[in-house]
Design a protein around this ligand. Structure first.
Ligand code: MG
Length: 253
């Protein structure tokens, strides 16, 4: 009985009449058609539209940050190893918004403690010499205590990782990053802040985090206007054994 009343009410009501005119087709979108991209065999492998930044063979896509000369880090056995003597390297290409994949490995025989143990970093936009930019920290964070906003997977001194999925030294680890660059007003003030999402070994550690500004070692970050920027890898000045990288690719968004 109750259903009969409800049905009658629906049939006679304007609610039913209005919806009777709506069609499923009204909410179907047919263009623009997303471009076809052939994925890799695994999520680690570059898809067909990726720019390969390091394929194990050479450093053709990279330069030394300080003098923009050819990158001098060590390439051996398909891997790239930090050479601390020469300092940071960065991509020749400049990027705005992108998806980045890279793999890194702390040596099995790593020594040191805290920030002086397998420290490197990925500057998601390099905005000057040295460590100027927005640093996604690379560090041995397997049984290695340090301040939590300086662990692997942190946005250095800004965002604590949501988990610690770090593998032990000697194992390869992955970062998959979505970077949305900041935008600026004509007067140089920030219009929209940078945002970043990071998967560390497939585990979400930064979820669309809005950055406070470029990374600072001391003090409070503040935005400074910049355009498209290189991706930079850090040669950290600590005394521990240097890390390695491999399989670095990027997709512009
Ligand atoms: Mg670092």
């Amino acid at each position: 009985m109750r259903y009969q009343i409800l049905f009658t009410a629906l049939l006679s009501g304007s609610f039913f009449m209005a919806n009777a005119q709506a069609k499923p087709e009204d909410t179907e979108v047919w263009d623009p058609i997303p471009k076809v991209v052939t994925p890799g065999e695994s999520f680690r492998d570059a898809p067909s539209d990726a720019i390969i930044l390091f394929n194990g063979k050479n450093l053709d896509e990279w330069v030394q940050v300080d003098d923009q000369s050819a990158a001098k880090w060590d390439v051996n056995g398909n891997i790239l190893t930090v050479n601390k003597k020469y300092g940071n390297i960065e991509t020749k290409r400049k990027f705005t918004n992108y998806q980045l994949h890279l793999e890194w490995r702390v040596p099995a025989d790593i020594t040191g403690t805290g920030q002086a143990r397998g420290n490197s970093g990925v500057f998601l936009a390099s905005i000057g010499k040295g460590d100027a930019g927005y640093e996604l920290q690379v560090l041995d964070s397997y049984n290695n205590k340090t301040y939590v906003n300086g662990m692997a997977g942190s946005i250095y001194k800004q965002a604590i990782p949501l988990a610690n999925p770090g593998r032990k030294p000697g194992k390869w680890q992955t970062y998959d990053v979505v970077w949305t660059a900041p935008t600026f007003n004509d007067d140089g003030t920030v219009k929209t802040k940078a945002r970043v999402t990071v998967f560390f070994n497939g585990v979400l550690v930064e979820n669309n985090f809005e950055l406070w500004g470029p990374t600072l070692y001391i003090g409070k970050p503040a935005y400074k206007q910049h355009g498209p920027a290189s991706i930079k890898l850090q040669a950290h000045g600590d005394k521990s054994e240097p890390l390695s990288y491999r399989n670095i690719w990027v997709r512009e968004l």
